[in-house]
Write a protein that binds this ligand. Structure first.
Ligand SMILES: Cc1ncc(COP(=O)(O)O)c(C=O)c1O
Length: 370
C-alpha cells in the first residue's frame, strides 16, 4: 500500500538520539530542548519557542497562558481538526464556529466579526492542509476588538504568509510534530511567540506551574506538557532539513497538479498569490463531473494499493460536541461541502516519483471508466 504519509528520518536523528542515551539525558532536561526551541522559534521569526508533548497541548497551553478560561469565547473555524476545538474546551471557554472560504478552505475572514461578542477573547485561525490563512485582516479585526490571535499552524511548518512564516504572525503560533507533519519528533508540539510574558507563563504552566521562588510551591493550575530531550533531538535533526522537506512537498504538489489539473470534476488545492503553501497533504475536491463520487474514488484507489484520507468532518457535526449541547442547529455550508467532497492523496516528503505517477495513472483510469 502506498501510504498517505511517512516520515523521512535520514539526517542526524540517530546520532542525536544516541547522544541522549549515551549521556543519560532522556527526560525533559538536556541540551536538545533549548536548541530545538531556539532554532525552531527563530525559523518562524519568533523570539521564544516553548516545546510541548504534542500540538493539542501547545494549543491548550497557549490559551491558558493568555488567561483564557470559563465564560470566555474563542472563534475557530468549523472546518478543522477537532484538537483545535478540544483545546478551547479544556480551558472552560466556549468555541464559536465560523464557516470556511471556498477558495482557501480556511476560516472566512468576512464572517468573523459577526461572531464577536463581549465575551470573545481570541481568534484561532487554522492553516488548513498547509495553506496559510489571510492573517493581516484577522490581525486587524483582533486589534479592533482587543482580541488575541492564536494561530493553529499544526499543518503549516515553513508556509509563508506574504513575507512572514505561518505561526509567526499572531500573538502565539502552535505546531504539532506528529509523524505525518512536515517535521516530526514522533509526538510533540511547540508554541512560538514574541511576547516575553506569554513565553514565561507558558514555560511555567507546562512544568506543573512550579513557583520560581520555592520548589513544590504551585501558584497556578499547572500541566505536565514537557517534551523529552530525545524528542527534541529528533526535532533538531529534522529542522536541519525542513526546507528540503518543504521543497519535496511542493514538488509533489506541482507534479500532481500537472497530471490531474485537466481532469473534469477535480478541484486542485489552493495557493493564493500572497501565500506559499507547504501542501502538508495534497488535497483535492471531487465534483459531479468526475464520474464517481469521493467515497467510491477512495475505495477504488484502495483496491489499487493506494491509501487516501477523507477531509475533516466539521465541528458542528461531531457527536462529541453535540452531546455537550454545543453547535446545535448550526450549519456551515462551505465546511460541509469540503467535508463531503475532499480527500487527500499520498503526500509524504519521501513519496517516490514512480508511486506518484502510479497514483495519477490510477485516478485517470477511474475517471475514464466510472
Ligand atoms: C489543525 C490541527 N490542530 C491541532 C492538531 C493536534 O496536534 P497533535 O496531534 O500533535 O496533538 C492537529 C493534528 O494533526 C491538527 O491537524
Amino acid at each position: 500500500m502506498i501510504p498517505v504519509c511517512e516520515p523521512l528520518l535520514t539526517g542526524k536523528e540517530l546520532d542525536y538520539v544516541a547522544d541522549c542515551l549515551r549521556t543519560n539525558w532522556v527526560s525533559s532536561m538536556g541540551k536538545y530542548i533549548a536548541q530545538f526551541e531556539t532554532q525552531f522559534a527563530s525559523y518562524c521569526g519568533c523570539k521564544h519557542g516553548v516545546s510541548t508533548t504534542n500540538g493539542t497541548a501547545a494549543l491548550h497551553l497557549a490559551l491558558a497562558s493568555l488567561g483564557i478560561g470559563l465564560g470566555d469565547e474563542v472563534i475557530v473555524p468549523a472546518f478543522t481538526m477537532a484538537a483545535s476545538v478540544f483545546s478551547i474546551i479544556y480551558t472552560g471557554a466556549k468555541p464559536v464556529l465560523v464557516d470556511s472560504e471556498p477558495e482557501t478552505w480556511n476560516l472566512a475572514v468576512s464572517k468573523i466579526e459577526e461572531k464577536v461578542t463581549t465575551k470573545t477573547k481570541a481568534i484561532m485561525p487554522v492553516h488548513i492542509y498547509g495553506h496559510p490563512c489571510d492573517i493581516d485582516p484577522i490581525m486587524q479585526i483582533a486589534k479592533r476588538h482587543g482580541l488575541s490571535v492564536v494561530e493553529d499552524a499544526a499543518e503549516a511548518h515553513g508556509a509563508w504568509y506574504k513575507s512572514r512564516k505561518a505561526g509567526g504572525v499572531g500573538d502565539v503560533g502552535c505546531f504539532s510534530f506528529y509523524a505525518n507533519k512536515i517535521i516530526t519528533t514522533g509526538e510533540g508540539g511547540m508554541l512560538v511567540t514574541n511576547d516575553d510574558r506569554i513565553a514565561e507563563r507558558a514555560r511555567r504552566l507546562k512544568d506543573q506551574a512550579y513557583s520560581p521562588a520555592m520548589r513544590f510551591l504551585h501558584t497556578d493550575l499547572g500541566f505536565n506538557y514537557r517534551m523529552t530531550n530525545i524528542q527534541a533531538a529528533i526535532g533538531l535533526a529534522q529542522l536541519e532539513n525542513i526546507d528540503v522537506f518543504v521543497d519535496l512537498r511542493r514538488k509533489n504538489a506541482f507534479s500532481y497538479n500537472a497530471a490531474l489539473g485537466h481532469l473534469p470534476g477535480i478541484t486542485l488545492p489552493p495557493e493564493k498569490e500572497w501565500a506559499r503553501s507547504v501542501y502538508w497533504m495534497y488535497s483535492i475536491l471531487i465534483g459531479d463531473d468526475f464520474g464517481v463520487g469521493r467515497n467510491e474514488l477512495m475505495q477504488r484507489l484502495k483496491e489499487k494499493g493506494i491509501d487516501t484520507r477523507p477531509f475533516f468532518i466539521p465541528m458542528h457535526m461531531q457527536p462529541a460536541f453535540l452531546t455537550m449541547g454545543l453547535f446545535k442547529e448550526e450549519s456551515y455550508p462551505i465546511a460541509e461541502d469540503l467535508s463531503r467532497r475532499g480527500l487527500y492523496l499520498p503526500s509524504g516528503s519521501g513519496l517516490r516519483d514512480e508511486d506518484l505517477n502510479y497514483v495519477c495513472r490510477s485516478i485517470r483510469e477511474i475517471a475514464d471508466s466510472p
